[in-house]
Design a binder for this molecule. Sequence first.
Ligand code: ATP
Ligand code: MG
Length: 270
Amino acid sequence: MTDVIETLREVTAPAAPAPVFGPPVITLRDVRKSYDRRRTILQGVDLEVCEGERVALIGANGSGKSTLLKSLIGLHPISGGEVTMLGESFASQPTAAQRARMRKMTGFVFQKHCLVRRRTVLSNVVHGMLGEGGSWRAFSQALAPEGWRHAALDALSEVNLAEFAASRADALSGGQQQRVAVARAIIRRPRLLIADEPAASLDPVAGRDVMELFTRLCRDHGITLLFTSHDMAHAREFSDRVVALRRGRIFLDRPSGEVTDRDLEETFDG
Ligand SMILES: Nc1ncnc2c1ncn2[C@@H]1O[C@H](COP(=O)(O)OP(=O)(O)OP(=O)(O)O)[C@@H](O)[C@H]1O
Ligand SMILES: [Mg+2]
């Protein structure tokens, strides 16, 4: 009888409410991009990412994922359409002032962590303050303003590496170094994190660690996350929504829990 009641409870239990997200922080309208006349890489992309949302961008090699991320921050001019990011709208490229405002609110993590190997972990994290003023010399651990060093230590605590603050960056494992790169990305308390294959050069355990870290940071600080991945388990598990690019167009845009194996096969099919 108890079993029957339990089963009834399960059947009648309301589904977990869908997460509620804030207003859009990234909007792409009919974004097109070509590097040369021969080929159009992004062929009219429409996309919205809302505050607090974690979006996984997937697609075959060369489908345009990195191009899309770079276009968002104005690293490459777009060839058509419009981008609105963190309240800044631009057609070709953001102005220098717009780019500076956007970068203040955005943290970046890439496949290769790009740490300065001979520098300490703390000094590498302080580098995340670039653009806040101060001389290059100030980015050394010894000369960094007190506030920056505190911010770097806070960020290192967030990624559970505070005890390594004084170690040389190259004394850490690859997974730890990537977590240092995450600390560097969050030192300015960004509203948005953009990560291009953040787990691609890590072993499965370290890769999951980094993805779990993103999830915790997003949950605890309301950060929005847009990341690319070739690991479909990561894409589904560590996002709220999966967006697939296929030959420069959005092929799929669906809550992660609804993405099927067939969707994934079709994404990478030809
Ligand atoms: N700076 C560039 N100049 C010219 N062509 C480029 C440039 N960057 C990328 N491309 C081309 O644009 C296409 C899309 O590249 P992109 O790096 O955006 O793909 P991707 O989806 O990130 O691929 P991957 O999964 O391999 O990282 C590729 O054909 C690439 O050769
Ligand atoms: Mg790429």
